[in-house]
Design a protein around this ligand. Sequence first.
Ligand SMILES: [Zn+2]
Length: 147
Amino acid sequence: MPIRAENRDRYPPDWPDISRAIRERAGQRCEECGVKNGRLGGRLRDGTWCDAMPLGEKLLSLEWPAPGEVATCVSPSGAKHQLRVVRIVLTVAHLDHQPENCDPDNLRAWCQRCHNIYDAPMRRAGIEARRREKAADGDLFEHLEQE
Ligand SMILES: [Zn+2]
C-alpha cells in the first residue's frame, strides 16, 4: 500500500528495517494467501493464484510476460487460464491501521490483493471523510457568498 503523504511522519525512521524483518518472518510469502514475493502470475475470480508461463526462450534464457499483459497462467490444479499478469510485491500492513504501532504482532506481510481486501473498509471511510470535509468547505464558501 503506498503510504499517504499526510501519514509519512507517523512511521518510525527505521520502518524499512522493520518492514524487511516482517517480510523475512513470513518467509517472503503473503501471510494470508501464501503467494511468494516477486512471483509473476494472475488470479482467478475466486482469488486463486496462477503462475505465469514463460512466453518462450530467447538466447538461452526464458522470456516472461510483462505485468499488465494478458498471458497464459497455470492454476495449482494444472489448468491454463488467460489472465492479466501482476508481479507480487509483499507490503507490510498494520492490523490496527496505526503506523506508529510497529509491534510485530500488529504487522502482517501481505500481497497487494490481501492488503487491499483488509484495508478496503478503512479506505472507504477515509474517502467518505475527505468527501465530507470538501463538502463542508463547500458549505462554508456558499455561506460566505450569501453574506
Ligand atoms: Zn495475499
